[in-house]
Design a binder for this molecule. Structure first.
Ligand code: AKG
Length: 245
């Protein structure tokens, strides 16, 4: 559950870390289900998923997934977790009882090759007349995440600044703030153990450095919306009123 103190932290900073959100057995199951994911998806992509690949200067590097959209279709454990009470009770505290799934995406930032995620606000992608910035993400750690392997970083309180101007480029994570990714003095790095989850606001500025370590940094982000907000983009109602009402 989210204590009133943690909710206050979230309201103030735009994110909150929940240790031990998911039991280790579930993390082990996810790891089994996403084993060798890069090669498997390069050879046999699954219907319904969306793949974006790392763009390397060196053409000899093997294909590496930057993000795999709709990861619940390749991992029954992720599909179970996104609809679990452990997850939805916290989401309910943050956005209320009518909860829809917007997306679930895997971010398997690979050892040594995983590139940076430029600074951005997710609402820069989601800004539409019928979609107010009510959405909440939960990023789940599948591996230990550290500064060395490119853990997520947030600019505390930046969700109160409104939507900032983003630049656009036709590539993965193609919408970003000026400067792409570079160290920021006002950012805090959130290091996590497997099973920890960090919940964050649609407007909080976040990004992450490249993975310069020899360990992968596999994470999964679940994005939830208030049912009826941006209705055409939601996949499924998980709690409260059904889609279309
Ligand atoms: O993987 C990361 O470090 C950041 C992911 C992210 O920015 C996002 O899912 O919006």
């Amino acid at each position: 559950m989210l204590t009133p103190e943690k909710k206050r932290f979230y309201d103030e900073n735009g994110f909150i870390l929940k240790k031990g959100l998911v039991p280790f057995e579930d993390i082990q199951q996810i790891r089994e289900e996403i084993k060798d994911i890069h090669n498997r998806m390069a050879e046999h992509p699954v219907d319904g998923i969306g793949l974006s690949w790392e763009e390397f200067d060196n053409p000899n590097l093997p294909p590496r997934i930057k993000q795999l959209m709709h990861s619940e279709l390749i991992s029954p454990a992720l599909n179970r977790i996104l609809r679990s009470d452990a997850m939805l009770d916290i989401i309910e505290k943050l956005i209320g009882p009518d909860i829809s799934l917007y997306h679930s995406k895997l971010l398997p930032k690979d050892a040594e090759d995983g590139t940076a995620i430029p600074w951005h606000q997710d609402y820069a992608y989601w800004n539409r007349d019928d979609n107010r910035p009510l959405m909440v993400n939960c990023q789940l750690a599948i591996d230990p995440t550290t500064r060395e392997n490119g853990c997520i970083q947030f600019v505390p309180g930046s969700h109160k600044w409104g939507l900032q101007e983003h630049e656009r480029r036709q590539q993965t994570f193609g919408v970003f703030l000026k400067g792409h990714y570079c160290e920021r003095d006002d950012a805090v790095a959130v290091e996590m153990a497997p099973g920890d989850g960090v919940f964050f606001n649609a407007l909080v500025i976040h990004g992450s450095a490249a993975n310069t370590s020899n360990l992968p940094r596999q994470m999964n982000t679940f994005a939830f919306n208030v049912t009826g907000n941006g209705i055409t983009q939601c996949r499924e109602a998980l709690r409260g009123k059904p889609l279309g009402q």
